[in-house]
Design a protein around this ligand. Structure first.
Ligand SMILES: Cc1cc2nc3c(=O)[nH]c(=O)nc-3n(C[C@H](O)[C@H](O)[C@H](O)COP(=O)(O)OP(=O)(O)OC[C@H]3O[C@@H](n4cnc5c(N)ncnc54)[C@H](O)[C@@H]3O)c2cc1C
Length: 377
């Protein structure tokens, strides 16, 4: 039987959209090219708004299985600041994405792993597995295939517009005994060639995720050596040695946009456009927009038109993305941002403003006694 909706990509965006539609009685087929569980390049920090979204889906056990994030150590220029970060949780993508997928299936979604979807110019969904090819013509197609997805490669109306000088993402997960921050602390280290987040996952492994300049990575010999260079600048030599020889996974360039809907096709999550991940909200945006899109898609199953999503998506994401773009751009100039941060964190009113701008969640700074000049170069 042809489903009402085919969702391509079972990351947070695809699974949450599929779950929401299936729970309302729509026949949903969710496909992913990967097998689950799978890790992916990500800072693994879920903002307080993302936590609230998981709770609204009834996933309290999943939230409890994460570790709470208490502080962010922000290294800029020659200094580090310790900022309180209440409400966020750390969850590995292996655990989070599997749990969201399980939730979608419990809600009635049919899931096919190791199945790649593409959309033809005629609006057909072509599904490819090792067993063969199937063609479907659902009422609605939701494309949640992330930054690297090529499900819409035949559709010029969905061509990406990539920002000039955009950075790419890279990441690695270490063994559990790697030297690094304790549970509950995220280290964000900012260098002119990019920035690196380091956080301990609930199982003790360290997650490292970075947004890096293409030219900086080329100069240093790849994302691993550039990340090691950033760690050494901030005196994290032991961790730098640990990851020097690790195999890093990369993403395509990050900051990009595209048309998010045409005819009966709509994009969501990273597939609907992305800005650099400095404020760590991509998963939250993906899940929140999935719920909104599902509301819209539910009625669009009858009309077959997803174009109202263009305005709705703009309304939903404009403010957050502008704020994130602003913070990311500022962090490209650590020599200017460092002194500005020093000034802001010394003035309580500005300190509060800085916190809200950085997180969107009302992040607050800890007492200034935790601020210290960093000994690194
Ligand atoms: C360096 C870095 C650090 C980050 N840190 C954070 C952070 O700390 N907190 C946060 O909230 N966000 C963070 N993000 C952003 C976050 O990872 C993404 O925003 C989030 O994963 C988006 O979810 P998604 O469901 O849209 O896409 P994805 O999670 O990328 O899922 C897409 C899925 O589609 C599948 N797929 C692709 N093509 C096809 C196809 N043709 N057919 C079938 N399946 C397909 C893939 O296998 C994948 O499973 C970070 C990103 C980067 C790059």
């Amino acid at each position: 039987m042809t489903p009402d909706v085919v969702v391509i990509g079972a990351g947070p965006a695809g699974s949450v959209a599929a779950a929401t539609l299936a729970r309302r009685g729509r026949a949903v087929l969710l496909v992913d090219g990967a097998d689950f569980p799978r890790e992916k390049v990500c800072g693994c920090c879920l903002s307080a708004r993302g936590v609230a979204t998981l709770e609204s889906l009834g996933l309290h056990d999943l939230v409890a299985s994460g570790s709470s994030l208490e502080t962010v150590t922000l290294g800029v220029g020659r200094r580090t600041w310790s900022l309180a970060f209440p409400g966020s949780r750390v969850l590995s993508r292996g655990v989070l994405d599997q749990a969201l997928l399980d939730h979608a299936r419990r809600c009635g979604t049919v899931f096919r792993p190791r199945c790649r979807g593409t959309v033809t110019t005629e609006g057909e969904v072509v599904l490819r597995t090792t067993d063969g090819t199937e063609r479907l013509r659902p009422a609605i197609v939701l494309v949640a295939d992330g930054l690297g997805g090529r499900a819409l490669r035949n559709h010029p109306e969905f061509a990406w517009r990539k920002a000039r000088g955009a950075r790419f993402g890279a990441g690695v997960i270490t063994a559990a005994d790697a030297p690094g921050p304790p549970p509950g602390e995220l280290e964000m280290l900012v260098d002119p060639d990019g920035y690196l987040g380091v956080v301990r996952l609930p199982d003790g492994r360290l997650d490292l995720a970075a947004a890096l300049d293409v030219s900086g990575a080329q100069t240093h010999g790849g994302p691993g050596p550039l990340a090691a260079h950033i760690l050494r600048r901030f005196g994290r030599d032991a961790l730098a040695r640990e990851i020097d020889t690790s195999t890093w996974h990369g993403t395509p360039v990050l900051t990009r946009r595209r048309t998010v809907a045409h005819a009966n096709i709509a994009c969501l999550g990273d597939a609907a456009g992305y800005v650099e991940p400095f404020t760590g909200e991509g998963m939250t945006w993906a899940m929140q927009s999935a719920v909104s899109l599902a509301n819209l898609a539910e009625t669009a199953v009858e009309s077959g038109s997803m174009t109202p999503w263009i305005a709705a998506h703009r309304r939903l994401t404009r403010r957050d993305r502008r704020r994130c773009r602003m913070v990311s751009l500022a962090m490209r100039h650590p020599r200017i941002v460092g002194p500005a941060l020093a000034l802001m964190t010394n003035l309580p009113i500005l300190r509060r403003h800085l916190s809200t701008v950085a997180s969107g969640d009302g992040l607050t700074t800890m007492p200034s006694s935790s601020e210290h000049a960093h000994a690194g170069s």
